[in-house]
Design a protein around this ligand. Sequence first.
Ligand code: F6R
Length: 245
Amino acid sequence: MHKNITIIVAEDYETMSHKAAEIFAESITANPNKSFGFATGATPVGMYKNLVKLHKQENLDFSGVSTFNLDEYHPLAPDSPQSYRQFMYDNLFSHVNINKNNIFIPDSKAADPHMEAKEYEAKIENKGGIEMQILGIGLNGHIGFNEPNETFDANTRYTPLAKATIESNARHFASAEDVPTNAITMGIRSIMLARHILLLANGVNKATILRDALLGAITPLVPASILQLHQSVTVVIDKEAATLL
Ligand code: F6R
């Protein structure tokens, strides 16, 4: 295992979520005016619950931080229940003292999504870059919506979703046909510029891809494998996801 990767194996999802929230909260407390990167999906929901708890019970202060989400579907109404904007407000932003002017999520209805992506990248840079980026991992190794075979030097961009991703995300929509075919996502390069990465995964179905990503060849076929070259990665996973490491 690479020296730059720390792996924490938690007993179960709850413990994993608690540990991840603790690490993230420490970073926010140490860097109260910096930018932080957020992910959606099932994996970080428990961590967000714990962050809300830390805010309510221990005054964890979000008032100075800026937030950048990894990705957003396009096109989709921003108030659609499946939008990542809605997800973030439901799970975290509505429950903590984040300044709403400092919340950045790609615009799911931007008239020119290519331009929106370019401007998003510039905003991250203008806000000083990302201190800690939360990541989940797709069954095909994607991070954000960087699907297999995307180049490692990709910036934030407008991109089609892989068939496997559309099928996997169909569980959140009425049918696979209702899943948007495109998204705006931070690129691998944008993600690699974050000063710290906090990668979460749980469940036995993530075991194979975690092994490939963390121990296998560094290849665009497994987008998350590039993290082996990042200077500071903390992986927090449950026992089931860790079975092949
Ligand atoms: C979400 C994202 C995706 C997810 C990945 C895992 O913003 O960028 O890469 O992290 O698809 O999703 P879950 O957590 O639902 O297994």
